[in-house]
Design a protein around this ligand. Sequence first.
Ligand code: MN
Ligand code: MN
Length: 463
Amino acid sequence: MTSEQLFYDKKTGFDRLTDEDKQGIQTYAEGYKKFLDESKTERDAVLEIARMAESKGFRAWTRDDTLRPGDKIYRINRHKGIMLAVIGEKSLAEGVRLTAAHLDAPRVDIRTVPLYEDNGMAFFKTHYYGGIKKYQWTAIPLELRGVVCVCENGEVKRVQVRVGDKPTDPKFVITDLLPHLATEQMTRKATEVIKGEGLNILIGSVPSETVDEKCSEKIKLAIMEHLNREYGMTEADFLSAELCCVPAFDACDIGFDRSMIGGYGHDDRVCAYPALMAVLDQKIPDDTVITILTDKEETGSDGNTGLNSDYLRYFVADLAMQEGLEPRHVLSRSACLSADVNAAFDPTFASAYEANNASFLNNGVVVTKYTGSGGKGGTSDASAEFMGRIRSLLDKKKVLWQVGELGKVDGGGGGTVAKYIANMNVDVVDVGVPVLSMHAPFEVVSKIDVYMAYRAFYEFFKD
Ligand code: MN
Ligand code: MN
């Protein structure tokens, strides 16, 4: 045999694309960019996904609603996660096909008691969400999104807040220190250049004209007057709010050749969107297929909207009940693609990667056998058998794919939702899109890779 037959060859994607792929890639990227701008928080994403699903014939499902093959259903978990399923021809006793991605992304959350006035300006105190390099979040335009539960006379009213995404909207910003005066700041470690308590959002500077002699904070008063007018809220209503600041820029093409997409929150909406489209595009599959789009991955998957909770298990249990099956028997025969991003090799930071085991832009969707850190800690580690099954499926369906680990051994590490699904005795492997500048306010992916993620999830469901 020749070396060509015997060696594993990491070719770039361009050599292997069909004409059909080349067309699909461009159309697909346009749909994805729209989704990305609409869905900057998990709450916004869930609303948009439910709207898209309903337009494709999906219905909100409760367990007393009897299901038949071909039925398309969804269930929302507390406004922040959503599960979508298409019922297959075969019994659930054969197991289900799952694809899981997350809708939350690193950002800056508004604190419980956030509003203060200081030296002629008003600010919000924040607590950052997920793993960020704090210095990247200063001096960029931010928008405010979220919900306030306004409490008045024993009534609770939910109010949506969304400021900064329309062209005429004002935006917000976290200030940084001018270089002229930053001699001390620039000697600090990168984790301390901007401290957690320094992520203060500038929100106003004009005092109220209301005559109120007891009030010494006239700018804070003007802000509260505005919020009361717009949302009916008082300062105490921040206690029952979930507001956050996210980057105020839209997704766009990157490069003269427009081969890449820059945007906020590719991690993990670049996998959530293909996983969503893969389920929306199903007709009547053999096995029942489920896409689960979850919250709280970036903070460790805890809480009742994270995948460390039982909500997915209960959904599968409710489906199993339809056929009088034990949920554990369904789960034990199920398979899952955990759809999350990986770190694309970046030549500017080559020493963080081991090139043989890194994923590369434009080489297709990445299959990651294990994540974790410090000796594979905290990973579910897909079996050789399941890797073999997925490898041969992707090759058979001509999906462009590659393998990739997360950086050098002992270089750091990270995890995904894979282990929480594996812990339910489901076969799982991580399959996702390589990303440059992951967790920065503006991340970069390749259009080929996004499209190949869709093809991988679609073929996995159909297989
Ligand atoms: Mn992720
Ligand atoms: Mn992440």
